[in-house]
Design a protein around this ligand. Sequence first.
Ligand SMILES: Nc1nc2c(ncn2[C@@H]2O[C@H](COP(=O)(O)OP(=O)(O)OP(=O)(O)O)[C@@H](O)[C@H]2O)c(=O)[nH]1
Ligand SMILES: [Mg+2]
Length: 396
Amino acid sequence: MDPSPLRCLLIARQGPGDRDDLTQDHLLELAELARSCGFDVHARRVLKRAEIASKTFYGSGQLQALAEEVTRQGVSHLICDDELRGSQVNAIEKLTGLICLDRTGLILSIFEQRAQTREAKAQVELARCEYELPRLKGAWTHLERQGGGVGLRGGPGETQIEVDRRMIRTRISQLKRELTHLEQVRETQRQGRPKGLPRVALVGYTNAGKTSLLKALTGEGEPRDLLFATLDTTTRKAWLGQEFDPETGETTLVPTHCLVADTVGFIRKLPHQLVAAFRSTLGEVRTADALLVVADAAHPDLEDHLKVVGATLREIGCEPEGIEAQPRLLVLNQVDRLHRPQKLDLKKRHPGAVQACAVDGAGVDEIRLWLRELIPGPPGPRILEDWELPEPTAAP
Ligand SMILES: Nc1nc2c(ncn2[C@@H]2O[C@H](COP(=O)(O)OP(=O)(O)OP(=O)(O)O)[C@@H](O)[C@H]2O)c(=O)[nH]1
Ligand SMILES: [Mg+2]
């Protein structure tokens, strides 16, 4: 029998300039992440604070009161939406008696649970090492204090930190070497793929339906209602189509194909350590001939999700315009969950997008048609949408 899941409390800080609805949305997403990691979410709380408390981030009074309340209800973990320093995590754990995880730590734990292949495992371990390295100091301050107080070096704590840091740095170098080797293997595989077939990457926010669309296009893939279900890139061949001849009324199969790669999903504040560590996997996106940007059109935060996707694509080196720009098709998936007026409104906001449902196949032919047009060569320039461009910087 599975052990009962660990129970957690989720918290987020809301500063004076933060919108209520956004803070709530972010906590809802954190709850999804926690469930995807196997936690039972006991409650979500917003802590309103004008200032960040440097020692405990949220302030000790509020944290202590919360901890007293939830510990009686069997809560063992406190998960924070904010990125915390190692010393803050330690101070919170000491104060509350709860195990504390920040958003990045939670996402890393999910990736650790999901990683299957050698490459994914090495990438996730590299991200974990990079995340832990600057946090080591916090973990050893109690020993540092034993070692002779402020200003003195060489106490037992200091030595232990140095040993741990050296071990982590050595591991980071080993992992980087291993990943460079695996990247070369991947590159060789890429070159060995059939020539002349366009390579298309499915990208988008996590849980938008990328794997479902891979399945709709190629017949393969295992969609799951989980955040970060896909970590490894899978490339499959898609059959691009049938041609209907209105004169004879016959439908013939057109012998054209393309290669479609399913990739790891994006999320708001995707830890930069993970983006860096997944460089090789995301190389499939950078080197693709075209991108299918998949979004969950029924999600209340659709526009924010698109902005995150636009920014993450730029972070990994895919610019929307310029000589290197890849053609992109926005696929507004899951429209089966929308009513007609919502679809019309979407059409106005995203006129160039295909509205699709990867589950019943609606819109998939339109996507195939777009993919077929890639075969003679890339399509001409198109008008960019707001989500693809950087936010304008505010005037000073
Ligand atoms: N109603 C509906 N559900 C869909 C549609 N497309 C996908 N889903 C569901 O959405 C969930 C996530 O689908 P996936 O295809 O695994 O999503 P993904 O983008 O690959 O997610 P990650 O790999 O976790 O980033 C699954 O439960 C799918 O069945 C759709 O068009 N309509
Ligand atoms: Mg997937």
